[in-house]
Design a protein around this ligand. Structure first.
Ligand code: NHR
Ligand code: GAR
Length: 220
């Protein structure tokens, strides 16, 4: 029992919207043998459905409205204070839509993960599904990465690739990418919780091995 307690990895999840990735994380911790404990969910939007998912699962929630702050630095400082009150080992961005300042990212260096709906380094930023379609890509997907100061540019942990179909719309593509997100994010968080995943000087390490530039690659 003692050992089990010390192996628990407290995670704080930041989100802005629907929180389907949060739901996948919650579901993955219900297996009984999960080392992951979601300590809190924090949103910059009071109406984010992800907050309701958290409440339904009995998880602590907080809202911090970025519009109440004068600039990013002030918002980020307050956000750090809120997060650190839960003393998490890991912070997870799950559809969190605010760019984070260098100071914030440095504070959580090596313990801050993001999921992004593209095969990075392609399509950093927003509207990724539409951009992949417009480019005529035959493959698309999603990526989990450590967050660094470079927006969507941190070392990759895992990517899942899906084929693009001729009749795809941004919506249909997003739907299939979401299925993959819900598989790879809980997997990456679990690796971190088990101390198998860490950020080294050269990039992400899994089981002591430097991962390829794409991270661990999952293909159909
Ligand atoms: N912060 C840093 N420093 N580095 C990253 O890699 C980050 C980050 C913050 C968020 C998620 C990211 C994504 O996966 C993320 C990665 C928001 C925007 C954005 O332009 C861009 C990328 C991501 C998240 N946000 C607008 C802003 O002005 C607001 C848009 C809105 O509110 O709808 O912050 O895609
Ligand atoms: C996900 O597709 C995630 O990859 C993306 O937002 C969606 C959130 O869905 N993240 C970003 O675009 C970050 N800028 P969810 O709220 O249902 O988890």
């Amino acid at each position: 029992m003692q050992e089990r307690m010390s192996n628990t990895c407290d995670v704080v999840v930041l989100l802005s919207g629907s929180g389907s990735n949060l739901q996948a994380l919650i579901d993955s911790t219900r297996t009984g043998d999960s080392p992951v404990r979601i300590a809190a969910v924090i949103s910059n939007r009071a109406d984010a459905y992800g907050l309701q998912r958290a409440r339904d699962a009995g998880i602590d929630t907080r809202t911090l409205d970025h519009k109440a702050f004068e600039g990013r630095e002030a918002f980020d400082a307050a956000l750090i204070e809120l997060i650190d009150a839960f003393n998490p080992k890991l912070v997870v961005l799950a559809g969190f839509m605010r760019i984070l300042s260098a100071g914030f990212v440095r504070h959580y260096q090596g313990r801050l993960l993001n999921i992004h709906p593209s095969l990075l380094p392609k399509y950093k930023g927003l509207h990724t599904h539409q951009r992949a379609l417009e480019a005529g890509d035959t493959e698309h997907g999603c990526s989990v990465h450590f967050v660094t100061e470079e927006l969507d540019g941190g070392p990759l942990v895992v990517q899942s690739v899906i084929p693009v179909e001729l009749q795809d719309s941004p919506q249909s593509l997003a739907q299939r990418v979401h299925v993959q997100e819900h598989l790879i994010y809980p997997m990456a968080v679990r690796w971190f919780a088990e101390d198998r995943l860490l950020l080294g000087e050269q990039g992400a390490l899994l089981d002591g091995q430097l991962l390829a530039a794409s991270g661990h690659l999952i293909r159909p």
